[in-house]
Design a protein around this ligand. Structure first.
Ligand SMILES: CC(C)(COP(=O)(O)OP(=O)(O)OC[C@H]1O[C@@H](n2cnc3c(N)ncnc32)[C@H](O)[C@@H]1OP(=O)(O)O)[C@@H](O)C(=O)NCCC(=O)NCCS
Length: 395
């Protein structure tokens, strides 16, 4: 009989980690054991579960205790990762049991949301997850931004190696967590991976000493590419300062590649900018993030229009029962509903699509994720209007 248990510290090396090289890497590979020991500190606070039988590890799954902004509320969020089953034990329900247990454990420690990068979305939709919009990659030559070079702007950009500015990097991420819907913030023990191989520059845009923009990047060679991570800013001026800084690399690199939010429009950054902006999702190598609610309480306090509706949650072990969502005071209040009233029936994935603002009620119905009347749909549009989550937050 197999059993699930939590593992900690170095015990991970003999249990959960034995499944990682086969599931996630080139295999067989010499030196894999030492590499796993090196990454052990970055798993320190993870909630790591294993399925064991006769002392053998058959399957594993983990959750990183993180935070995410949902419609302005910053909530504890479980970042699910490292889901793997031994090839000889697949299709026996081990991952299914682990996912349910992981969700229950993380909810038990106060986590209201969960996210993951799926190997395939069909697998995780059954566990209540819905896909979020993928970030875009903008590619352009630095001289395309040259109109910005002559502009006098009330701010500056400084550039250091990431290990020299790590505290500023973390502080800016934490600030964006409170400002942007969908933004994620990882725990310190995991974010410190950026210091293990400090292969990034950190550019920080400041105005009156206050950080307003941040970009990490590396340059892959003279005449090559400047490969930037996420373009992060708190104001349009912060963005323009960073873009002008990128323009300073004209005739040093041929191309600039930068990750931008799904609702960013690089073609508007300068007059006649030639740019290619793309998002490619493919599985398992280039997945878009998926997310779900672990508790309907995650919606409490979210700013909204004056809607009011009873919802019934179905087909999920955690999200069950009838709830009244009342937005008449301008913020969502969630209370147990007496039942029998007109309302909407939602699966966990349907609720997630509405909560994150990525599905309209009509999409929920069309995709078989709920049953919503026209009246209920118009209440839901007031309570949970469409939003674009910025699933940013490297580390
Ligand atoms: C993906 C993986 C973890 C599945 O583990 P498993 O223990 O075989 O999964 P389960 O037996 O619990 O299957 C649960 C459900 O998913 C389905 N499923 C399993 N593997 C699947 C696959 N590769 N593709 C689509 N659906 C799959 C099962 O049919 C089952 O469906 P059901 O609930 O309708 O019966 C395992 O194949 C694996 O380790 N793959 C390599 C590593 C990987 O991709 N990990 C996921 C990272 S996000």
């Amino acid at each position: 009989m197999s059993a699930i248990r939590q593992v900690h510290g170095e015990e991970r090396l003999r249990t959960a980690f034995t499944l990682y090289p086969y599931a996630f890497d080139q295999t067989p590979a010499p030196g894999a054991d030492e590499q796993l020991r090196d990454i052990l500190p970055f798993h320190d606070g993870n909630h790591t579960l294993v399925v064991e039988q006769d002392g053998r590890t058959l399957a594993t799954a983990a959750a990183i205790p993180a935070h995410q902004n949902l419609r302005g509320n910053v909530l504890p969020m479980a970042a699910v990762a490292w889901v793997a089953t031994h090839p000889g034990a697949r299709r026996q329900g081990h991952s299914r049991r682990l996912m349910h247990r992981l969700h229950a454990d993380m909810l038990g420690t106060g986590h209201r949301l969960a996210v993951l990068y799926p190997f395939h979305p069909s697998f995780y939709e059954k566990f209540g997850y819905v896909g979020l919009p993928a970030n875009r990659t903008a590619v352009f030559a630095p001289e395309e931004l040259s109109p910005l070079l002559g502009r006098k702007l009330p701010g500056e950009v400084t550039c250091r190696r990431i290990d020299e500015g790590f505290d500023d990097y973390r502080a800016f991420h934490q600030r964006l967590l409170s400002l942007r819907h969908g933004f994620m913030y990882t725990p310190h023990y995991r974010a410190r991976r950026a210091l293990a191989t400090p292969d990034r520059w950190l550019a920080v845009a400041t105005v009156d000493g206050q950080a307003v923009g941040l970009l990490t990047y590396r340059i892959d060679g003279y005449g090559g590419r400047l490969r930037a991570d996420e373009l992060l800013y708190t104001s349009a001026l912060g963005r323009t300062l960073l873009l002008r800084f990128l323009a300073e690399h004209t005739h040093q690199v041929c191309q600039i590649e930068v990750t931008v939010a799904p609702d960013e429009f690089p073609e508007t950054w300068a007059t006649a900018l030639t740019v290619r902006t793309t998002a490619e999702t493919s599985y398992p190598t280039s997945p878009a993030l998926m997310a779900r609610l672990l508790s309907v309480d995650a919606l409490r306090g979210a700013p909204c229009g004056p809607g009011r509706l009873e919802i019934e949650l179905v087909d999920d072990p955690l999200l069950t029962g009838r709830h009244l969502l009342d937005g008449t005071a301008g913020r969502i209040d969630v209370t147990a509903a007496p039942g029998a009233g007109e309302g909407a029936v939602l699966t966990a994935a349907g609720l997630a699509g509405l909560a994150y603002g990525v599905l309209d009620p009509a999409d929920v119905v069309a995709r078989g994720l709920g049953d919503i009347s026209d009246d209920a749909a118009s209440e839901l549009r007031k309570l949970l209007p469409g939003r674009v989550p910025h699933a940013f937050g490297r580390g």
